[in-house]
Write a protein of this length. Structure first.
Lengths: 241, 241, 241, 241
């Protein structure tokens, strides 16, 4: 059983009628449904948003989370630094995390990457094609070549992040730009998957193939039997006799 | 259900009493038992050796194998080139492969790596310590820090292989040498795990933690739901409308 | 002084008037001029082609070459296996190599990669945009974002090569495809740079920015003060006292 | 001309007679001499320490620095956060940085890595052997296999840092531990080299081969002709016509 928590800022849904129309119960609800649809009994999925107490990310909740999904955009600064610190500690201890779309600018992602995480963007609702460049990777299992998204915001290079441990997807846009849209990283004992499709203005999380990618990502990021433990300094005796 | 095939050259067991004493039914039998012990119903494990017809590696057998383990040493040249070609094709098509110890000089590994695969060695039966450098990696799940092997052949750097996709283990030896002893590679659609402990003169495959590493490796190399298909040239029409 | 050898199959120039029109003295001549233009006294550039004795790749010539560039397409099979073996040995010993465009299917590249090196292609003379994804890499120095090629053959994913040590460029095409168009690998002691732009039917090697990439690549692949030596097996005494 | 700045905390030299005996003018002076010795006219080397105004790391100084070396240990917390922010910005903009020994716990390295940067240690003045695992890498040029340090502090795995872009050196210690002692990273437009030998209690920076590694590292980290520019968000028009 993988214990999943889908975290969504949840502000656009309160303010923008266009977003409410696509995601009446919030993006988190649709993302959670997609995971249940694909993973069934393999997962237990909960959700939390910015306005929950402690943003719904208390020590207890995180300690009971195997994989966290994070969507944020307009309210990155509203996330409490103490909570970011806590999430960071849990990721390094072994909790998996999926960082979605505009969460490239979330405090937690910038903290994990150590770079500016800046990129090029343009919102013309143009076609995005998501190409698999690592077809044997478990996150790409069952994904079409290419995965087509009819209307999406463009995210383009240079994306200022460290070279990924594994590059899984590369996107192109109708305007000619490219973007490393699916990348994995190990940080501490935890696994990180960044996946860029998913703007609030388009129904991307209703897309069957996008839901499959997220389900694959949850399985991949699951720490499994690895111990949950923050790496710390030790001062051991000699190991050779 | 993961369909595993443990391939062992099987020549030392015929010729060397000291090896027979440790592995009376062959190293493959002990390796297979270790996998069954850890993975139980999750696997179906068969074995094959050099002297079997087609080395036990017919097209039918390979097509029904999810993960192949390969041990060889004194008879690398005795492996038929057509069989090597066939195994290579299956790995690129998605079959997982675990390459063990002296199989660094097997035809299939050299073919997959593209380098000389040479290394430094010394056989003094000295202590090897296997250190995990990627503690969140599934292949390291449940492995002690360090894993101790009382007596082993020394394999040392420079090991002439490509930089791995993931470095999981690094070993030190009593004589002071180091070796990148656990490394993963993706080739085509297939996953490759090289793991160096396991000389025929020492009972390494009876070691509970070594058996755990191999079991973890089989799980990791399993292609899962990914399609089994050789990458080929295509000449597609435009993808954008 | 970097001693460079530009090797070109040279067959299209003999047979196709359209190629002769673009490259009257052969692609190798234009590539060599581009290197001299950018690197001046830093390089000594020679050329060789398939029909030269030993393809112009004798032991003596290779031993006096720091960086080899390789262009081939229609006559990959015409390259003698013994010469491929020799080039392979020199690369693993430390000679740099730049593999260009359709040389993805050359014997030497397949040998170095260990995979099929297959890809998707379509020749519609469409626009290629080459995006830098590693802006601090020396091979990207001075390159525009994006580098535009008005007319090129499309090369698309999945490109069946190992994940590169460094991904420098990613291209998009007017038809919507993407391609990892600039990748570096270390093999043995040698450095390998694959760069995909450069079809014989378009004047790509006359493009000032493409010439700059190749010049940067030659500098990067230069072994410098590293010893020229094939990795071999050694059997050393204990290193610790 | 590479403009180098050697930064050293400089506190041990003030307080510990044993350190003064080895480094009477500070570790920075000896490190700087080693660079001048190997690189001569290729470099201009300055030094700065914690107690200098702004720690000697003003905007003007950093803007005129191509490669920064950083040694710190007992006073990491004494480094002003605004200065760390400034150094971070310059690294992402293209300034190279060499992070030495106990600076694994410096604010700037933790910021760049995004992990705890914790490790195992033991100070018994035991032998360290530094093995090259990437013999064609420019940082390994001219380095013996192995490089021997008679007496050093032990640093061991697990070292909680991201998997490096390139692993150049792996050390073993008399006590049996291993450590990834030479690693490169690209962050933003800048190049980062972490090199672990160099405890203040032993004369490591007087060691001719260690000085050669640092000189090689400075050359490698030099941004060369790449532009000095912080990656930022852009909102470009379509790139395809």
């Amino acid at each position: 059983m993988i214990r999943v928590l889908v975290w969504n800022e949840g502000e656009h849904e309160r303010m923008d009628a266009s977003v409410q129309a696509i995601y009446p119960d919030g993006m988190h609800a649709v993302i959670a449904d997609g995971l249940r649809e694909h993973l069934g009994d393999e997962v237990e999925v909960r959700t939390a948003t910015l306005r929950d107490p402690e943003h719904g990310l208390s020590e207890e909740v995180l300690a009971a989370t195997d994989v966290l999904l994070w969507w944020g955009h307009m309210a990155h600064d509203g996330v409490d630094d103490a909570v970011v610190e806590r999430v960071h500690r849990h990721v390094l201890s072994g909790m998996g995390i999926l960082v979605l779309h505009s969460a490239h600018f979330s405090k937690i992602f910038i903290r994990l990457m150590g770079t500016t995480c800046s990129l090029a963007w343009r919102n013309d609702g143009e076609q995005e094609l998501v190409w698999t460049v690592a077809p044997g990777h478990p996150i790409a299992a069952g994904i079409e070549q290419p995965l087509r998204i009819d209307r999406q915001e463009m995210y383009g290079e240079f994306f200022d992040v460290p070279a990924p441990d594994e590059l899984v997807f590369v996107s192109s846009f109708a305007g000619g730009e490219v973007f490393r849209s699916g990348m994995t990283y190990r940080r501490g004992r935890g696994r990180v998957f960044y996946f860029s499709p998913g703007d609030q203005e388009y129904p991307v999380y209703h897309h069957p193939q996008i839901r499959r990618v997220l389900a694959n990502g949850v399985r991949w990021a699951h720490p499994g039997e690895s111990a949950r433990e923050l790496p710390t300094v030790t001062n051991p005796p000699r190991t050779h006799a």
